[in-house]
Ligand binder design. Structure first.
Ligand code: SF4
Length: 417
């Protein structure tokens, strides 16, 4: 029987630089909110951040903020306040935790960054439904509250083969955002500057992919749990030079050195696990230590790979942006998703898959329509589904999760013999 052992997490030195990046990012937003020196756009995590930056906005991402609420384990207490005003406990717990926090005048930014008391007030809110409809409802609520325009893009979902007319539609919707953005920002749209922000975003994606691909080394120098925080700059900073600097100068050299010296993120790595779906933000540390204690490295994921946008190009920046934000894993149907996971299994030399069935996020819960069973049959790689949620800890049984994971690793261990 496997027994988890006491484990110490191996921190990357670059984490400090990543934390500093995030601090600078939030202080810049806070300064703008207090002084009005720059306009602020709220954007969904897979929304058109490059266009917003090209129009001179600072960009705030409520999903990242709600992940902080989850990490600080405040979400479960705050969600009922959003439920009380009509937002069901069954819908996205990023949305309910975030609105619940706002109703209580609470933000984890208060504790993390001295002097920041509130989230930044939006001048405009821009969504893309490529991930789910919840983001639109979420932004509508804040738009009403702040009396700010809510504009966005409605993307096709569950796409098998991406069709030209789908890209045409998204590209034209992106273009149609411009008049409202010009009016809100007081800045004329400049195509060359848009191309410039796209170039920065493309480079950010390239570097973030290099970071994640280091996990193909044996042992892997980083885990999925590391990735959930290391990806912060790629999410909130894409389209800026600063994110390029922190990955290029700090994180990548350190990971390269770890690989060169054969240093794994997990000691005595025996099993290489792929994680599908959302993290459980309030259990990042617990899950990281649980797997590491079983000599299992959870080293790659669908989630961290979501911020790699390879399609950005300059010939037609609107169409390439539409392509980049439509060809994402979470936007596709099960067939392309399964093919992609099979490629990752080979590339990362995976010997077990864990599917997180996150109660309030159907988009990122891929276990509900037979995918683990199909993959197991086709690849021979064992799969485990764990029940949980990204933010709402009431949906989680820690004891059950631990028992299931221990039994799963034991099964992998037997396959090794
Ligand atoms: S994709 Fe899931 S977690 Fe993200 S906003 Fe939509 S429902 Fe929430």
């Amino acid at each position: 029987m496997n027994r988890t052992k006491e484990i110490k997490r191996k921190k990357l030195y670059a984490s400090k630089d990543i934390n500093q990046f995030m601090a600078d990012y939030y202080y810049e937003l806070d300064h703008a909110a207090k002084t009005g020196d720059k306009k602020i756009a709220w954007c969904t995590s897979m929304g058109p951040a490059e266009l917003l930056r090209a129009m001179g906005f600072l960009v705030y991402f409520p999903e990242t903020h709600s992940a902080m609420i989850g990490t600080s384990r405040m979400a479960t207490e705050l969600i009922p306040d959003a439920n009380a005003i009509g937002y069901s406990p069954g819908i996205c717990s990023y949305l309910t935790a975030d609105i619940g926090a706002f109703l209580n005048h609470i933000t984890p930014l208060q504790k993390t960054f001295k002097g920041i008391n509130n989230i930044p007030t939006p001048d405009v809110l821009v969504f893309n439904t490529n991930q789910c409809r919840d983001v639109q409802d979420w932004f509508e609520w804040y738009g009403n509250h702040f009396n700010a325009p809510v504009i966005g893009i409605n993307t096709h979902r569950g796409i098998k083969n991406i069709l030209d007319n789908q890209i045409d539609s998204v590209a034209s919707q992106i273009e149609q955002l411009i008049p409202v953005l010009e009016e809100t920002s007081g800045t004329r749209f400049d195509l060359d500057y848009f191309k410039h922000t796209i170039a920065l975003s493309k480079e950010c994606s390239r570097l973030w992919k290099i970071v994640l691909d280091f996990a193909s080394a044996n042992p892997s120098p980083l885990t999925f749990f590391d990735g959930t925080t290391l990806m912060g700059p790629a999410v909130v900073g894409r389209g800026t030079q600063k994110v390029i600097d922190v990955y290029q100068d700090k994180l990548i050299p350190e990971l390269k050195e770890r690989v060169h010296n054969g240093i794994g993120a997990v000691d005595n790595e025996r099993h290489r696990i792929f994680w599908d779906g959302m993290p459980v933000w309030g259990r990042l540390r617990a899950h990281s230590e649980l797997f590491a204690g079983l000599n299992a490295s959870v080293l790659a994921s669908t989630y961290c790979n979501s911020w790699i946008f390879t399609a950005f190009g300059f010939e037609d920046p609107f169409r390439s942006t539409a392509q980049a934000y439509t060809e994402l894993f979470s936007v596709r149907s099960d067939g392309p998703k399964e093919n992609q996971i099979k490629e990752w299994i080979d590339f990362f030399k995976i010997d077990g898959l864990v599917f997180h069935d996150s109660r309030t996020c159907p988009t990122n819960s891929n276990s509900r329509y037979g995918m683990p069973q199909r993959l197991e049959k086709e690849t021979g790689i064992p799969c485990l589904t764990i029940d949980g949620d990204l933010n709402d800890l009431r949906c989680i049984s820690d004891e059950q999760t631990k028992t299931n994971i221990e039994a799963f690793i034991e099964q992998l261990e037997e396959n090794h013999l």
